[in-house]
Design a protein around this ligand. Structure first.
Ligand code: 13P
Length: 277
């Protein structure tokens, strides 16, 4: 069933688990993710980031996500990840997404507040929820220490914008980690105590089990996973092609579905959302 972000995160916030938000670029990704969620009776979030539009156009992916969500026997939120402008967020809202992220983290604070507030005003009128980001989630290899989310700024930001969920920077990075990161859990706890809204961890792939557990037990309710799915698929495809070099296209599609399912299932268990739907 298709639900909004706040509906799916309310229980996670109360019962201290996280819902996985899985970046899905193909029908195989979507089928695998839904199969994992239904098998494990878990809510999930299907999401697509604006940087992924060249390979997975928003208007083609929207009907796929929405139909998969409506048919699913577990709650599924359809979310725009890292919207880069108000216009993109409005497009996703018009296509039926139940949640949008506006990422103004690179903007000066006041500008981030102003655009996020406008996105929230429009989204709320359409019954759609909003995630925003404060602090900078870096890319692999970047020193993130000076860009952690500031606690006082987070309070001002949440009050001024009315967002439903806030993505924070506590040492997390997108993409492949060179070293397993050490997240700043003390900062997470401070942000969580100052703001009771659901918090979001980006850059989920490659985080240690210990850090994941510390996150979900201290206010992180949504965790984004992209790279791990792509790596899982490539690993299973490479193994299959090494074993059967003449493998046909259709069996390889099934390998992609199964690999997506396996990676998503592993993260559902890690995030303790299994059995919650
Ligand atoms: P990873 O690619 O590190 O899993 O990050 C995903 C993400 O945060 C998407 O917004």
């Amino acid at each position: 069933m298709l639900v909004t972000l706040s509906e799916i995160l309310r229980d996670a916030n109360e019962r201290h688990y996280a819902v996985g938000a899985f970046n899905s670029l193909s029908v195989e990704n979507v089928m695998g993710a839904i199969e994992a969620a239904e098998r494990l009776r878990s809510p999930i979030i299907l999401q697509l980031a604006e940087v992924q539009f060249p390979e997975a156009p928003l208007d083609l992916m929207a009907p796929l996500f929405l139909q998969a969500a409506r048919k699913a026997t577990v709650p599924v939120c359809v979310h725009l990840d890292h919207g880069q402008s108000l216009e993109t967020c409005v497009k996703a809202i018009r296509l039926g997404f139940t949640s949008v992220m506006f990422d103004g983290a690179a903007l000066p604070f006041e500008e981030n507040v102003a655009v996020t507030r406008e996105v929230t005003r429009i989204a709320k009128a359409a019954g759609v929820d909003v995630e925003a980001e404060l602090g900078k989630v870096g890319d692999s290899g970047v020193d993130t220490a000076d860009v952690f989310t500031d606690v006082d700024e987070s309070v001002r930001f949440v009050q001024a914008t009315g967002v439903d969920a806030l993505a924070i920077a506590i040492g997390n990075l997108h993409g492949h980690y060179v070293h397993t990161p050490q997240l700043n859990i003390a900062r997470l706890i401070e942000i969580h105590e100052a703001n009771r809204l659901p918090l979001v961890l980006h850059g989920g792939s490659g985080t240690s089990t210990e850090d994941f557990k510390a996150c979900i037990h201290n206010g992180i309710c949504k965790i984004n996973v992209a790279t791990a799915i792509q790596r899982g698929i490539m690993k299973q495809m490479n193994a299959r092609l090494a074993a059967k070099p003449d493998e046909g296209y259709i069996p390889l599609k099934q390998v992609m579905i199964d690999a997506s399912r396996d990676v998503v299932a592993d993260h559902i268990r890690l995030f303790e959302s299994d059995g919650k739907a």
